[in-house]
Design a protein. Sequence first.
Length: 343
Amino acid sequence: MNKPNILLIYTGGTIGMIKDPETGVLRSFEFDNLLVKIPELKLLDCIIETTSFDERLDSSNMNPKYWIQIAEIIEKNYPSFDGFVVLHGSDTMSYSASALSFMLEDLAKPVIFTGSQLPIGDLRTDAKENLITSIQIASLQKDNKPIIKEVGLYFEYKLYRGNRTTKINAEHFEAFTSLNYPDLAESGVHLKINYPYLLKPDTTKNLVVHKELDTNIVLVKLFPGISKSLLQNIFSTQNLKGVILETYGAGNCTTEDWFITLLKETIIKGIHIINVTQCSGGSVTMGEYETSIQLKKIGVISGKDITTEAAVTKLMYLLCKNYSSKDFKTVFETALRGEMSQN
Ligand code: ASP
């Protein structure tokens, strides 16, 4: 049986840094030296090749231009590799994993994002476990076919669906969570795969890579006392096409007249408004409370239980598809890559 071929794509982040023994300064190390730095990788039952961004990024500098670059690397190498592991800073990893999930339509191979809280050269690093298990997960096969066929995010013993994750801790090794969807796998003494929760794409279809993303969007988090003039200014931004509105609880907001009127006028102008909850877990259910009935009536789109990260990237992706307002609402409210519950 042939060993699976895995491509490691190094974009940057703490994981790929090493402390200079003399100066103590953290710097990126040459990824070609990976096998030398982590001899354990030789023990894995797969063939590993590596590629790296020319300039390694702190993921705070990540943006759609780089998402396209990652997508293009995967597209180019798709026929010759069985799986992909993307090494990425943890800060914006959930955004990138979400974006890639939308950009890679009919993906039938694993794309596993991982990183670490401590550099790989650090004595107490979490990088080795994250990297080694991510590669093992990307190599998992049954009847010569990959078991994971979606974009995942592996961190601290858990594999999550990438577009369901959020970074919740800047310090703990357990930096991510997926409150609205179960873990896809858990690494303990055994690697336990939660088969019923894996995406089951139609593998007879070919991978389609979408390389257009529209960044004419805004993310607005409501807070008690938010002013009319502030929102008026934001909503009249030139070329604005979509708004992610982070509301309270199950999708509730103030019922003040000026607020509802402003949203209504904005929607009439052709700007899509998506209702996403500020809560880390749970779902928007417009119409449950009086404070969300109006939103439903004026045509606000329900983000259901989507994360803000997935909502932002889904909006960027869908804005390039030229849907009518009605279709846009229907498509946004439909799970395209398992990013929201379908009810
Ligand atoms: N600031 C770093 C980054 O996101 C943190 C990390 O790698 O975890 O690139």
